[in-house]
Write a protein that binds this ligand. Structure first.
Ligand code: LCS
Length: 404
């Protein structure tokens, strides 16, 4: 029996069988067009009867290596690399849904996904229900005759709500509805949704997969037939292909994914514990803390608790923004999963597109801050947070004495 290789070995080598060029690092193949040994070979490739790349809008050889590697890491049959996480989301949704169809979406979802559903989906005659997917009955009740997909994100952005993938997959299987999951926050290193029963996995590869903040990319993993359909019938027509140069950067970045995730998780855990014991913090959201509402589910389905910690600063908007402005090491920035510690204010930044009442109802308060733990020495990150809290203290004392 052939022994299955470990995760890090697969990250670095992919399929050992693909060593045709001898190059240790995957070459960048910028070619747009590919030639064939016969007309028959060309026609069969276009018709999908033969594997292969034929025109740059449908893929390229470097991208193919990236796709093969991600499919292997997610234990999936095939993958489709695209030009952003949003391209992955829109390709999947537009592949599964057409005019008159309905989709169930977890109510804790990335702001861009929310925006896509609210603005573009109605133009295609697609309806949606935002559902609390921690409650299985709510999912069952939301299923309609025309429901063609269930879309979840776990842990969610920015509140780290953890959904029981196996439990949800049981429901979707019963109803023969495909289950789509955005696995961006975990990466295949920490969570393998297909093994838990999901049908389609999405990543914003801009985040942990690349891990260096220099590529915008997305990837979809599913069965071979679905990936073929998405590539030929949706992605190619929308023109969302990923360039060979970016695919090369992704292949490079991914080699250290296992090592990086270990440090991201360790740093995030220490930061979460620090924040939970801090008097200026009202609440901490981190799946690794026993206080997290879905702690047990997280332990069951995740190999690590991830690098993202959200927390609510006492004193609302004023304190939260003053705290952000007082940071010296951590950077106020969109994105996450980079070597640098990045912080942001969801209410006015990533989740700005949510109307105020929806935001408030879902727990994205004015005092909420999301922190993406970087790879720095954790003492330095905590030291930075600590000095920012101290400055808040000074400010509050000054304001109090002015009032007095
Ligand atoms: N899914 C999740 C969970 C995300 O956090 C993001 C982007 C996307 C999909 C979309 O990926 P993109 O198209 O940007 O590659 N999240 C961002 C964030 O939290 N800050 O800036 C972007």
């Amino acid at each position: 029996m052939v022994k299955q290789r470990g995760f890090d070995t697969t990250l670095i080598h992919g399929h050992l069988e693909n060593r045709s060029t001898g190059a240790v690092v995957q070459p960048i193949v910028p070619a747009v067009a590919y030639s064939f040994e016969s007309h028959e070979a060309a026609a069969e490739t276009v018709a999908g009867k033969r594997e292969g790349v034929y025109y740059g809008r449908y893929g390229n050889a470097t991208l193919q290596s990236f796709e093969e590697r991600v499919a292997l890491l997610e234990n999936g049959e095939a993958a489709l690399g695209v030009s952003s996480g949003m391209a992955a989301i829109s390709t999947v949704l537009l592949s599964l849904l057409q005019h008159g169809d309905h989709v169930i979406v977890t109510k804790d979802v990335y702001g861009g996904t929310y925006h896509f559903l609210k603005t573009l989906a109605p133009r295609f005659g697609i309806t949606f229900s935002f559902v609390d997917c921690t409650d299985f009955d709510s999912i069952r009740e939301a299923i309609q005759d025309n429901t063609k997909a269930v879309y979840i994100e776990t842990p969610s952005n920015p509140l780290l709500t953890v959904l029981d993938v196996e439990g949800i997959a049981k429901i979707t299987r019963q109803h023969q509805i495909p289950l789509v999951i955005d696995n961006t926050f975990m990466s295949p290193c920490l969570q393998k949704p297909l093994d838990l029963g999901a049908d389609i996995v999405i990543h914003s590869a801009t985040k942990y997969l690349n891990g260096h903040g220099d590529v915008v990319a997305g990837v979809i993993v599913a069965d071979r037939e679905r990936i073929r359909y998405m590539r030929q019938q949706v992605m190619g027509d929308l023109g969302q292909v990923l360039s060979a140069g970016d695919a090369s950067l992704l292949l490079r970045g991914m080699k250290t994914l296992g090592l990086r995730m270990e440090r991201h998780c360790a740093n995030a855990n220490a930061i979460a514990e620090f924040l939970e014991s801090h008097p200026q913090v009202a609440r901490v959201y981190y799946p690794g803390l026993p206080s997290h509402p879905q702690y047990e589910t997280a332990q069951k389905q995740m190999n690590g608790m991830g690098g993202i910690v959200s927390f609510e600063v006492k004193g609302g908007l004023e304190s939260a923004t003053a705290f952000l402005d007082a940071l010296k090491l951590s950077m106020i920035s969109f994105s996450l999963g980079d070597p640098e510690t990045l912080v942001q204010h969801p209410a006015t930044m990533t989740h700005f597109s949510l109307p105020e009442d929806v935001r408030k109802e879902s727990g994205i308060t004015d005092g909420l801050i999301r922190l993406s733990a970087g790879l720095e020495d954790v003492e330095d990150i905590i030291g930075d947070l600590s000095q920012a809290f101290d400055q808040l203290d000074v400010q509050t004392t000054r304001e109090r004495s002015e009032i007095a």
